[in-house]
Design a protein. Structure first.
Ligand code: CO
Length: 170
């Protein structure tokens, strides 16, 4: 099973992804394959819809408070949000070459299921919280550029048009 990145404009990125009902070999393969895609593209987070699989799953591998954190989460839900972190420029493997400031919560309480099917809860702050919010947006059909003001998205239109075409080339 080979998974490839899809880009801005692709239908799968606009859909609300489906809940994962069972963890089988295929799903575990998907997770491993997603790590390959993410590391190859030098990303720090990846949601399943970004490889054209409409399932509620994301992975991440980031440095947070001088610690390397690797996390994979199935059916993730943010239960609590607090604070407001205004100015940080986000990027996305599905929107290559563009980065813009997006407002996110500073701290979140995340719950979900790990690859062993165990319910897990996690308090996250800072960069970790930001990446999680970005990835969960993907599961709801939202890209970071969707958070921008209309005038900003208008400015990006030529670039976004080019990115859209990458879907047909690959
Ligand atoms: Co993204």
């Amino acid at each position: 099973m080979v998974h490839e990145l899809i880009y801005y404009g692709h239908d799968t990125l606009k859909k609300v992804a489906r809940e994962i009902m069972n963890i089988d070999g295929e799903l575990l393969q998907l997770i491993d394959s997603m790590y390959n895609v993410m590391y190859r593209a030098k990303g720090i987070g990846l949601a399943a819809p970004q490889v054209d699989v409409s399932k509620r799953l994301f992975i991440l591998d980031i440095e947070n408070d001088n610690k390397q954190i690797t996390l994979e989460m199935l059916n993730p839900v943010i239960k609590e949000f607090s604070g407001k972190w205004e100015s940080y420029e986000e990027g996305c493997l599905s929107v290559p070459g563009i980065s813009k400031e997006v407002v996110r919560s500073v701290e979140i309480l995340l719950s979900g299921v790990n690859r062993d099917g165990k319910e897990v809860e996690l308090e996250a702050g800072g960069m970790l919280a930001r990446v999680i919010q970005h990835e969960i947006d993907h599961l709801n059909g939202i890209l970071f550029v969707d958070h921008l003001e209309d005038y900003m998205r208008k400015e990006l239109r030529p670039e976004l048009k080019k990115i859209k075409k990458m879907n047909r080339l690959s």
